[in-house]
Ligand binder design. Structure first.
Ligand code: ADP
Length: 276
């Protein structure tokens, strides 16, 4: 699964990214975290980024694109990732498209966390107070003044990505004003509905499946999709591979979208077959 979490500072991207990591076994790629590590280590990238970050500006596109490109190539990112804080500008999104195309892979979805701006300042204030109470270092850019600049750069440079991904039919918007649990639940539901939650991760860098392979899986998927669930647990990943329904989750329910998703996969593969 390859996802982007999109939203202003304080929208809950980090929290939800962590939950996606736990649930789907993917890695969180946070450019903010990577840049903070570079600043702390005093690397050349860190030295360039330090003042820009402290002032709430955006680090140059080439720097973050290079960081992400290297990171996506690491073995732990092969089975999927959630990008948190990247892309933040249209040129970054275009660079990401090129990168993924080059690696013969694609994004599954872009999840936008929509929040009222009035809530953001108080959310960040709460985060700062909690970090202080735990005796943790507070981010230098978590002050009301810098937050205003960060919000302004979000509006000017990152918000256009909503249109960018919506045009490319990748955008899924979730109400980020709900509780953390509710937001998680909603994200999981839509990922199931689009079939992303049960999609086997194609290795980054591996070639597209051959026409013969596609034909074979079409037969399998088309033949089995929609049949009742067999006994025993079937993992979500295996479910689409075999056309079986995923096992019931701890919450008890088979996700609403799972059946629809497997029908969708079968349909897609049939189309592919017809094309071939
Ligand atoms: P936020 O909570 O504001 O979303 P992040 O931890 O994602 O913060 O990022 C902190 C800072 O790191 C940003 O304000 C910016 O200066 C820099 N940064 C992070 N990601 C990017 C990016 N993709 N492009 C440019 N600058 C970035």
């Amino acid at each position: 699964m390859r996802l982007i979490l999109l939203g202003p500072p304080g929208s809950g991207k980090g929290t939800q990214a962590q939950r996606l990591v736990q649930r789907y076994g993917i890695v969180q790629l946070s450019t903010g975290e990577m840049l903070r590590a570079a600043v702390a280590a005093g690397t050349p990238v860190g030295l360039k980024a330090k003042d820009i970050m402290a002032a709430g500006g955006l680090v140059p596109d080439e720097i973050v694109v290079d960081i992400i490109s290297d990171r996506i190539d690491q073995p732990d990112a092969k089975s999927g990732f959630v990008l948190d804080g990247f892309p933040r500008t249209v040129p970054q999104a275009e660079a990401l498209d090129q990168l993924l195309k080059h690696k013969h892979t694609k994004l599954d979805a872009v999840v936008e966390l929509r929040v009222n701006e009035s809530a953001l300042v108080s959310r960040v204030e709460t985060r700062v107070a909690e970090m202080r109470a735990r005796g943790e270092d507070v981010r230098v850019d978590d002050t009301p003044e810098v937050l205003t600049t960060r919000l302004a750069s979000y509006r000017a440079q990152t918000e256009p990505l909503i249109h960018y991904y919506s045009e490319r039919r990748k955008l899924l918007t979730v109400d980020g004003m709900m509780t953390i649990e509710e937001v998680t639940h909603k994200i999981n539901r839509i990922l199931h509905a689009i079939g992303a939650a049960s999609k086997p991760a194609r290795k980054a860098g591996s070639a597209k499946p051959s026409a013969a392979g596609a034909r074979k899986s079409t037969k399998k998927a088309a033949g089995r999709a929609g049949k009742s669930a067999p006994k025993g647990r079937t993992s979500a990943k295996k479910a689409v591979k075999t056309g079986r329904r995923p096992a019931k989750r701890a919450s008890g329910a088979v996700p609403k979208g799972a059946k629809k998703a497997s029908r969708k996969v079968a349909k897609k593969l049939t189309k592919k077959r017809a094309k071939a």
